[in-house]
Design a protein around this ligand. Structure first.
Ligand SMILES: [Zn+2]
Length: 255
């Protein structure tokens, strides 16, 4: 058993005799199209962290449910916190965990919108607190889009009762913002800008300018295959993090 919330303080003390690594799962509560639950990223981060914890015997901290999702604000039910509050909250949690002896943290992050904030925390804690924080996405790399075939397949595998199959549709992401064309998922050629999901898609499903997102092709089998492959890859990486000494992961001293 490696879920912190299910352990006694004596259990945690025993764990810390020989270990200084923990997993911190972070989810989000944001729309995932007309067919998938608002907690999609939460469920994926939670399931990934539990499985990886079981595979590696690394302590799993409780999942943080709500994060940086304001760009989904026009879709009912989405919740978010300001990035500055998110950063200070996550940093405090890590510092509290570190006060007991943990030194290496792997964030299993269910939501791409959190990544810039998490990198900022990682830099800060590594430079100023001698704490190593790395960030891994809970979902496999190269998904076909937000609430598309791949993500929907994973939820069909993890929580089939939460997918409304009658509401699954194929969608096409918008090609233009005004008269300027989109490139990739969220850029207007050639610039980044502060987009909201509604700029890209009425349904909330998106994944590339003008691209057809074939959510109707989602299957349980695909979800099982891509999710478990990713879990295997993450678990192998986490064993390396677990076994490496913290000193090897910290910055060198000033010249
Ligand atoms: Zn998602």
């Amino acid at each position: 058993m490696v879920n912190l919330s299910e352990m006694s303080w004596i259990d945690v003390q025993d764990y810390l005799q020989n270990n200084d690594t923990a997993i911190l799962p972070i989810g989000s509560i944001e729309q995932h199209g007309p067919h998938a639950p608002i907690g999609t990223d939460f469920f994926i981060a939670e399931a990934a962290s539990k499985k990886v914890g079981d595979n590696t015997n690394i302590l799993v901290l409780p999942i943080i449910p709500i994060s940086v999702s304001e760009h989904h604000r026009q879709f009912t039910g989405t919740l978010w916190v300001e990035p500055s509050i998110f950063r200070s909250y996550i940093k405090s949690i890590i510092l509290s965990a570190a006060s007991h002896g943990l030194k290496k943290f792997v964030i299993i992050n269910g939501h791409g919108g959190n990544t810039p904030s998490l990198l900022e925390i990682s830099e800060d804690l590594r430079r100023h607190n001698e704490i190593f924080v790395c960030i891994i996405t809970a979902f496999p790399p190269k998904l076909d889009g937000h609430a598309g075939k791949d993500e929907t397949s994973i939820i069909l595998y993890l929580k089939p009762e939460l997918i409304n199959e009658d509401k699954i549709i194929d969608s096409v992401q918008n090609k233009y913002l005004g008269s300027i064309s989109f490139t990739k998922a969220q850029r207007i050629d050639p610039a980044e800008f502060g987009w909201d999901t509604i700029d890209l898609s009425e349904s909330g499903v998106y994944g590339g300018a003008g691209k057809i997102i074939r959510t109707t092709e989602a299957t349980v089998d695909r979800g099982e295959e891509i999710f478990n492959k990713h879990i295997k890859d993450i678990s192998e990486f986490l064993i390396k993090i677990k076994n490496i000494k913290i000193d090897e992961l910290l910055p060198k001293k000033h010249k």
